[in-house]
Design a protein around this ligand. Structure first.
Ligand SMILES: CC(=O)SCCNC(=O)CCNC(=O)[C@H](O)C(C)(C)COP(=O)(O)OP(=O)(O)OC[C@H]1O[C@@H](n2cnc3c(N)ncnc32)[C@H](O)[C@@H]1OP(=O)(O)O
Length: 432
């Protein structure tokens, strides 16, 4: 990296563009409680949430000390200290196929006040963050989205999908493996220490997953210890230990009563993380066979979830698929080098990028072990891809044939699929 993300100055191009509108683009000083509070209040309002109590906002400040917060300020606004637009970015580890990780630029907290919308402020902010990531030497930017209509224009594309499941548990008989371990009810404090190492073990091999620290609000909110979590009291936590007593998985859920029929509860499964297939079976079976429950809903589950192959009624599970992790390649050679490939070979890729950040022609040579070397080349391309398509292909979960049909890939899709497809479907297990 050329510089730390905390001391890199604000992007000059976007600063100048917004200054023409009388707006001031700057990095928020997180050591200044009032400045952070004003930024945080703007984010809450931008995402249509309630105002947060002062002590919660102050507690959150500790969690953003290593992040880059940006605000756009309008000196003519009635409350000029409160930004009219925000972003929140930090470097995070993204897993790629082959259990490789690459530090990428996570972009979050993108809001523009309703009073200032549709005059190019979000565009200035996003383009600034892309150039910031390039300045930091980070090859990829990534985000999760509130609406799937916003980010393609900036070169992002869905790279890991997710599923929401609804299971009619009365139709289900378990036909999967007999779990050999044991489920324990645990406290949030127990899971705080025991659960995060399991999350890390899974993340290390799961393309699309993104790392977060054991002290982060991302982790703490999953187990009911997040700041200002009104729902925490409703959460139930279980841990799965293998036959030797080693924790191998956990689940977090809550129960919702049907007031007309006490035997008709819904179990909302918030999280189920399993580092072994035995733990996976043990936790799902526990959830599916709970008395007084007729429906299990599970949000944010992997596309290749084995569950339906472990019960006798495939149609007891209703599946809804959504986009989840969006990826934007900034440095093609480093991105392509940062993963392994399913088949050896050579492919010359031309990458088209309207923003000009990643455009070029690159020769990808993969050896018998799946390791890549990448070089800029003048050779004729075997395939041409948009930068959006490259982001989707990079994680291995979207086929080049599909993207050819969609018009974002042309050329030798068959060879791209042989090389790029991942045996594990990419999945991001959190929101950010
Ligand atoms: C990673 C994240 O944080 S995801 C969260 C995104 N934020 C939200 O959903 C909060 C509520 N919405 C907002 O705060 C704002 O409406 C934003 C951030 C979505 C857009 O901000 P604006 O400043 O109005 O966008 P801006 O004027 O820069 O528009 C940029 C482009 O995106 C388009 N665009 C903006 N918002 C939307 C939208 N909601 N849906 C589709 N297109 C959109 C514009 O038409 C424009 O297109 P063009 O440049 O190709 O002609």
């Amino acid at each position: 990296m050329t510089s730390s993300h905390l001391d890199l100055p604000i992007d000059e191009t976007s600063r100048a563009r917004l200054a023409e509108q009388g707006l001031d683009l700057r990095v928020v000083d997180t050591s200044d409680a009032a400045e952070h509070t004003a930024w945080s209040d703007a984010v809450n309002r931008g995402f249509l949430g309630p105002a947060a109590p002062a002590e919660q906002t102050e507690a959150r400040r500790a969690h953003v000390q290593h992040d880059r917060l940006v605000g756009v300020y309008d000196p003519t606004a009635a409350v000029p200290a409160e930004p009219v637009a925000t972003t929140h970015c930090w470097p995070a580890e993204l897993t790629l196929p082959g259990a490789r990780t690459v530090t990428s630029w996570a972009i979050s907290g993108v809001t523009v006040s309703q009073t200032h919308r549709r005059r190019g402020i979000a565009r200035a902010l996003i383009e600034a963050e892309l150039r910031t990531a390039v300045s930091l030497g980070l090859p990829i930017a990534m985000l999760t989205v509130s609406e799937s209509t916003i980010y393609a224009r900036f070169g992002f594309s869905p790279a890991a999908l997710a599923r929401n499941l609804t299971v009619s548990t009365r139709r289900v008989r378990w036909t999967g493996p007999e779990p050999t371990g044991r489920v324990h009810h645990v406290t949030p404090e127990q899971l705080r220490d025991q659960g995060h190492p399991i999350v890390e073990r899974v993340r290390a091999t799961l393309p699309g997953d993104v790392g977060y620290a054991a002290t982060s609000n991302f982790w703490l909110r999953q187990i009911g210890l997040g700041i200002g979590d009104d729902n925490a009291k409703n959460l139930r936590l279980v841990r799965y230990d293998d036959i030797a007593g080693t924790p191998q998985g956990f689940a977090v859920y809550q129960l919702v009563e049907d007031e007309a029929d006490f035997s008709n509860h819904t179990l909302k499964l918030h999280t189920l993380v399993a580092a072994t297939t035995d733990a996976y079976a043990g936790l799902w079976r526990f959830v599916l066979e709970m008395d007084l429950v007729a429906t299990v809903t599970a949000h944010l589950r992997p596309v290749d979830e084995p569950l339906r192959w472990m019960i006798d009624d495939f149609r007891a599970v209703h599946v809804d698929e959504v986009d989840h992790l969006w990826v934007r390649v900034l440095d093609v050679a480093t991105s392509l080098r940062s993963r392994t490939y399913a088949a050896p070979g050579r492919v010359v890729l031309r990458v088209d990028d309207p923003l000009g950040l990643a455009a070029g022609t690159f020769a990808l040579d993969v050896d018998a072990a799946g390791q890549a070397t990448v070089a800029v080349t003048d050779d004729a391309p075997d395939a041409t891809v948009t930068v959006n398509a490259l982001g989707s292909l990079l994680l291995g979960g979207v086929s080049a044939r599909t993207l050819t049909a969609a018009g974002s890939v042309s050329g030798d899709a068959e060879r791209l699929d042989e090389m790029f497809r991942s045996p594990v479907e990419p999945f991001l297990s959190t929101w950010f």
